[in-house]
Design a protein around this ligand. Structure first.
Ligand code: 7RM
Length: 631
């Protein structure tokens, strides 16, 4: 399972393409199965129907916890660093984590959760979040973690889509110098969520919260009622492990479904090989567990490999912009995995902040979530890695379960801005608009995959047709990623960004349609169009063109912008607030009524010199108006 040289990578890659089933069967043997699988892979991309390790039985928590007890029961599994550096953190050994997961699994059972039930988790970045996730997996419940920054409306949408029976939350959370009222937000959400029978509330900030009799119970009280004895539920390899909602180009977020066997094998295999994880290393992934990166590379991947995973509750700039480096030195972090947006934001504080730190424990650096620009790459390399730590620019998606294209740390020659080469088992293909393969090197196209890997999504919850339409119908026979991609003369891959209407703002995936729908909910708004534009720190900023019912004077325009932001915050969450709002009298539409986003994108980018062909526009004059008022 472990690749140690570039020659071994090439051999593994070749084997994985020639005989994928034999390749993955060999990898999967490194895990603990209750019953072996009878067929390694059954698939077609038409329905789609994808099954790995057919008939195999396992429980992922036995692999992440029980399996390690004999050898590393006293090794830290989780190191927790609180928001406030003066508050004591905690370290949970594998034995302690096993104990707590079993106890909380019993709490879930006590509260009526059975195998197959969906549980929504809306928590701060505390060890209890990982414990809740693993407790679900222990008893075969399906977790749906919702990022703590989402609004009540977003929580309600996700709970209702998955018909969650139980919500696990906390009274509040600390983020920098802010306190966020999580339970309050859950209460607002639950007004519209009849499927929820129980809310389990963990104590974190001890802010006053309502506790409704018959529905709400305290985490700590419940724990007193249970033992630490909880045998793991036997799961089929293809039983659902979790749902994670992610934005697409149309409508509401989709519930991406991952299953027990394939996801586990893929998260662990990629963790070990991409980061070249060695026993006893400390791995610090700065993502939130509310995103796929946290699922795969804070919880499941590291724990399946017996690693020590650091969970950080706070933000990179609190109490100052040296916090990541403080944490690195304090806990002797060996692997640091973060997002370009964090790097760019910390760059802005200068190198003095960094210079006060040792950082000699670092051995591998990682990047994820968005394209990393050359300047950020070099700053990371020079100032954090001191030119002695390989950087792995890891490309992947919620739908892929784990990393697909990335260097192997210290093994693959890196090139700034390139995710480099596909991992074993990954077969990328570039296609043109018509789905025709673009062969050879020094070419660009739309990035697709022609063969499944164990971590690929199986469906979108409750709507398989949507899964087919979104990922498998654009180019029949291929999985379409939604990303544009360049393959250079060396066969190295550089992901250039989304080719659909999905924005990537500070590494967060946001659909333009979602933001438009939220803006349109404001009483004064008639119509809107949202596009992305280059933003120095966020990667992309959100630019909204808005038509209002009445013309606004300067003062009203200002107030309305703030109200629109408040509306978007309320409907989706603060991460989706537009950076710029331009009031316009019309939008550039074709005769068939389609908004020409290409033109709006150009204007938002500040490039109005050449707007391309505008002859198909219904009313070319609106373009001049929009250009004149551009922000
Ligand atoms: C892991 C994650 C997925 C989208 C994806 C890309 C973009 C992610 C990179 C990247 C360039 C990278 N999941 N993306 N990683 N672009 N280089 N290394 O982010 O589902 O939230 O987003 O993010 O556009 O399609 S995600």
């Amino acid at each position: 399972m472990r690749i140690r040289s570039f020659e071994e990578y090439q051999a593994a890659y070749q084997k994985s393409v020639e005989d994928p089933e034999a390749f993955w069967a060999e990898v999967a043997q490194h895990f603990q199965w209750r019953k072996p699988w009878t067929k390694t892979l059954q698939w077609n991309f038409e329905e789609p129907s994808i099954k790995w390790f057919v008939g195999g039985k396992l429980n992922i928590t036995e692999n992440c916890l029980d399996r390690h007890l004999a050898e590393r029961g006293d090794q830290p599994a989780i190191i927790w660093e609180p928001n406030d550096p003066n508050e004591a953190g905690t370290t949970l050994t594998y034995r302690m984590l096993h104990d707590q997961v079993c106890r909380f699994a019993n709490v879930l059972k006590r509260n009526g959760v059975v195998k197959g039930d969906r549980v929504c988790i809306y928590m701060p970045m505390v060890p209890e979040l990982a414990i809740a996730v693993l407790a679900c997996a222990r008893i075969g419940a399906v977790h749906s973690v919702v990022f703590g920054g989402f609004s009540a409306q977003s929580i309600a949408d996700r709970i209702n889509d998955a018909q969650c029976k139980v919500v696990v939350t906390a009274d509040g959370s600390y983020r920098g110098n802010k306190e966020v009222p999580l339970k309050n937000t859950v209460d607002d959400a639950l007004i519209a969520c009849p499927s929820v029978k129980r809310v389990i509330v963990m104590t974190r900030t001890r802010t006053p919260v309502s506790m409704i009799k018959g529905r709400d119970v305290w985490w700590e009280q419940e724990l007193k009622q249970v033992t630490a004895d909880c045998p793991a539920e036997e799961m089929d390899a293809e039983d659902m492990l979790f749902i994670l909602y992610t934005s697409g180009s149309t409508g509401k977020p989709k519930g991406v479904v991952h299953t027990c066997g394939g996801y586990m094998v893929y998260a662990a295999y990629t963790f070990q090989n991409v980061f070249q994880y060695e026993n006893n290393q400390v791995h610090f992934c700065t993502a939130d567990i509310g995103w796929i990166t946290g699922h795969s590379y804070i919880v499941y991947g590291p724990l399946a490999c017996g690693a020590t995973s650091l969970i950080f509750e706070g933000v990179p700039t609190y109490p100052d912009a040296g916090r990541f480096w403080d944490i690195t030195d304090k806990h002797n972090v060996n692997i640091l995995y973060t997002a370009p947006t964090a790097i760019r934001s910390l760059m802005g504080f200068g190198t003095d902040v960094v210079a006060k730190h040792d950082l000699s424990s670092l051995q591998v650096l990682g990047s994820v979530g968005e394209p990393i620009n050359a300047e950020a790459w070099h700053w990371y390399d020079d100032n954090i890695g001191k030119n002695r730590c390989p950087i792995v620019d890891t490309w992947w998606q919620t739908e892929t379960g784990g990393i697909l294209i990335s260097p192997l740390a210290g093994i693959t020659k890196t090139k700034p801005t390139f995710a480099t080469l596909p991992l074993p088992g990954v077969q990328p293909i570039l296609v043109d608009e018509n789905g025709k393969e673009i062969e050879g090197n020094g070419v660009s196209g739309n990035l697709c995959m022609k063969f499944p890997w164990p971590g690929i999504l199986r469906t979108t919850y409750g709507d398989h047709e949507r899964c087919r339409q979104t990922y498998f119908a654009t180019y029949p026979g291929l999985y379409f990623t939604g990303d544009g991609c360049l393959r250079d003369e060396d066969g190295y891959y550089r992901i250039t960004g989304r080719v659909d209407d999905v924005l990537n703002v500070s590494g967060h995936r946001i659909g333009t349609a979602e933001v438009e729908n939220a803006i349109n909910m404001h009483t004064g708004v008639v119509e809107s169009a949202v596009v992305g534009y280059p933003h120095d720190i966020k990667g992309q900023g959100i630019y909204a063109y808005v038509i209002t019912e009445h013309e606004l004077d300067d003062k009203d325009a200002d107030l309305t912008k703030r109200d629109i932001n408040a509306t978007v915050s309320r409907v989706i969450g603060p991460i989706a607030k537009p950076d710029k709002i331009q009031f316009v009298s019309g939008l550039p539409k074709t005769r068939s009524g389609k908004i020409m986003r290409r033109i709006l994108r150009k204007i938002a980018e500040g490039d109005t010199s050449n707007l391309g062909d505008t002859t198909t526009l219904l009313d070319p004059a609106v373009v001049e108006d929009i250009k004149a008022g551009a922000l």
